[in-house]
Design a protein around this ligand. Structure first.
Ligand SMILES: C[S@@+](CC[C@H](N)C(=O)[O-])C[C@H]1O[C@@H](n2cnc3c(N)ncnc32)[C@H](O)[C@@H]1O
Length: 456
């Protein structure tokens, strides 16, 4: 180890900045909301005000200072400030001059109660900032809420669990369990209740089920929240629509349970899936129910959430990019566009489960994009009903098969060719039908295949 990162409590300490310019401003921003008292000497060229003092510091100004940052181009001011700061017992940082400094400033992630620092000993600050960005991307935004919750319960935990090892185990379980998820979600009261419940039983808490949207297939389209849930999961219950590339992002030792369904082949009935999720959660596991696209868009996520809540199991829903958004983007089709489409509807042509037919008359309105899910085997019916409802036979259509995945195909044509396009192109599920004026944009994209090409 070439450097050691220590953390300095800022409560009741004095931090001094000497200098003007961007570096001094950056340091002032860093400490302005902190618990330290800040004094900023910006030199005689600056008027007093906005937190700045318009002169250079005297030795007496640095008495009691804990940290002194020096960011001035005046070498005499700098050298006097270094000498006075050290004489006062302060630690000195001369910006961009590691050789003159007692300490270097790490790249910081400040989540109030949780601060992460990345240090390279002052030799590669840009690398430190890149590493910080990578860490920042995977840290939940609500981490400070979790730290504050822990701070509020600290004494209660000490009183309840005097044994150090028992306390350590409690915090490990609390920080990895449902209380953490609830706190970072901003559900502070529930998180506190969950922690207290855990404290009372002083053993492993109940599990939690995350209903996670996996997006349309490209693993880069997972949300940061979804990725974190996958990397924390003990058990992942997944669908046919979730490709291996997404499952590869999960924690290596997570247990994977496949409950995929293809149309007409309900390999695991819905109530059995709910029972499985409840049973796993009750064993204290962190369960991810991973669904293609978004769990609440034709994903039966609502039914599963309802069953879990009825069973008293905590549920956290993590939205995903639904097929319509992913397919449209990767086929180059704007779902709305000024002058071409003022509305978009996500609709399924399949009525077997719901038993209610879509209102084809309303869907046939012009300047209205339809993103039709589960429509491959009903393409002829979609075509016939929309034309009968008044939609022009020449309305552009696009069929996006395996949207966003390496094997994506995009077929384009007119509404009166839709069934033929699907049949001749031997389109397989998953595929999304897009009907509307903007579907024409896909033929301009390199991936576009016209009905003639598909039939060839
Ligand atoms: C049961 S629905 C699930 C929808 C999912 N919850 C969502 O938000 O995308 C399955 C249908 O979504 C569409 N779909 C899902 N992923 C797709 C993809 N990568 N490419 C094309 N269509 C897709 C297809 O129409 C498929 O038949």
């Amino acid at each position: 180890m070439r450097v050691f990162l220590a953390s300095i409590p800022l409560q009741d300490t004095s931090v001094v900045i000497v200098g003007e310019g961007d570096a001094a401003h950056a340091k002032a921003r860093l400490f302005s909301g902190s618990a330290a008292r800040l004094s900023w000497f910006a030199g005689p060229d600056v008027d007093d005000g906005e937190g700045r003092i318009g002169r250079w510091p005297e030795a007496a100004d640095l008495a009691g200072a804990r940290l002194v940052f020096i960011a001035t181009g005046h070498a005499d001011v700098r050298d006097r400030a270094i000498e006075a700061a050290r004489a006062a017992g302060a630690q000195v940082n001369v910006v961009d001059q590691p050789g003159l400094s007692d300490f270097h400033t790490p790249a910081l992630i400040d989540r109030d109660g949780v601060v992460v620092g990345v240090a390279t000993g002052g030799v590669a600050p840009v690398l430190a900032r890149d590493v910080r960005s990578a860490i920042e991307a995977v840290l939940p935004a609500g981490l400070d809420r979790l730290a504050r919750l822990a701070e509020g319960l600290r004494q209660t935990v000490i009183d309840t669990l005097p044994d150090f090892t028992a306390r350590r185990r409690f915090w490990e379980t609390a920080f990895r369990g449902p209380a953490r998820d609830l706190a970072v979600e901003g559900r502070d009261a529930e998180a506190r209740r969950q922690m207290l419940r855990l404290l009372n039983v002083s053993q492993a808490g109940e599990g939690v089920v995350h209903l996670v949207g996996a997006g349309p297939g490209d693993p880069e389209l997972l949300t940061l929240k979804a990725l974190r849930a996958l990397q924390d999961a003990d058990v992942i219950v997944h669908d046919r629509l979730v490709p291996k590339a997404v499952l590869d992002r999960a924690r290596r030792d997570a247990r994977l349970i496949y409950v995929g369904k293809s149309r007409g082949d309900h390999s695991v009935p819905q109530d059995e899936i709910a029972d499985l999720l409840i049973a796993e959660a009750r064993q204290g596991h962190r369960v991810v129910r991973l669904k293609g696209g978004d769990p609440f868009v034709f994903g039966r996520g609502g039914e599963e959430a309802e069953a879990l809540r009825a069973a008293g199991v905590s549920v956290v829903v993590v939205p995903g990019i639904t097929a319509a958004l992913g397919c449209a983007a990767s086929a180059g089709i704007p779902l709305t566009h000024r002058g071409q489409s003022q509305a978009v509807t996500f609709v399924t042509a399949t009525t077997r489960d719901e038993g209610v037919s879509p209102d084809w008359q309303a869907l046939a309105a012009p300047n209205h994009t339809l993103a039709i899910y589960m429509g491959v085997s009903d393409a002829a019916e979609v075509q016939g009903r929309l034309i009968a409802g008044g939609r022009s036979a020449s309305t552009p259509v696009a069929v996006v098969e395996n949207g966003t995945r390496p094997e994506q195909r995009v077929l384009t044509g007119r509404l009166d060719e839709l069934a033929e396009l699907v049949r001749e192109g031997e389109v397989q599920s998953p595929a999304l039908l897009i009907v509307g004026e903007t579907a024409d944009w896909a033929s301009a994209s390199a991936a576009g295949v016209s009905v003639q090409e598909a039939a060839a």
